[in-house]
Design a protein around this ligand. Structure first.
Ligand SMILES: [Zn+2]
Length: 166
């Protein structure tokens, strides 16, 4: 149940393509992800999702907590992504003081396994959709900075707040 150190931008491990997870033995890492997410929220005041590679575990596991709902995603994969996209400012535990302007699919449908290896399908839009896309990118070593788009796509969190928050 320990809180783990979150790897930071520049650590080459974040570029790893994570391996398929063994559903029956995912519980320990999943618990560490939940504890690490909770601690990050406590210390930073934001945060809804974390991927196993961010604590140095190169397996396809994601933990989300959105509006009080927990999601344990084992080996998630897309079954559909909408053609429609939207733009947003994204952030990441691995570079918490950097905001990145990018584009995501409006809706996605994924399937993922539970600890008994059964598959569940989930369709998401809006905040949950972009969060899932962010975390699934981590499983393939892709970071939000790689998707930076627009004339001024990067901002420190402080400057972003000055420029865009009213
Ligand atoms: Zn991230």
């Amino acid at each position: 149940m320990p809180v783990r150190r979150i790897l930071q931008l520049g650590d080459p491990t974040l570029r790893t393509i994570s391996a398929t997870a063994e559903p029956a033995s995912a519980a320990t890492v999943m618990q560490d992800l939940e504890d690490t997410l909770a601690e990050f929220r406590r210390t930073h005041g934001f945060g809804r999702g974390i991927s196993a590679i961010q604590i140095g575990e190169a397996v396809r596991l994601i933990f989300l907590k959105v509006d009080g709902v927990r999601y344990e995603l084992i080996n998630p994969e897309y079954t559909w992504q909408s053609a429609e996209t939207f733009e947003l400012w994204d952030d990441c535990f691995s570079f918490p003081d950097l905001m990145v302007h990018l584009r995501r699919h409006e809706k996605v449908r994924i399937r993922y396994q539970d600890s008994g290896a059964s598959w569940t399908e989930l369709e998401a839009e809006g905040a949950l959709s972009e969060l899932i896309q962010h975390e699934m990118d981590h499983l393939d070593g892709i970071l939000a900075v790689d998707r930076a788009e627009g004339p001024h796509p990067l901002a420190t969190r402080d400057e972003w707040a000055r420029q865009y928050q009213v």
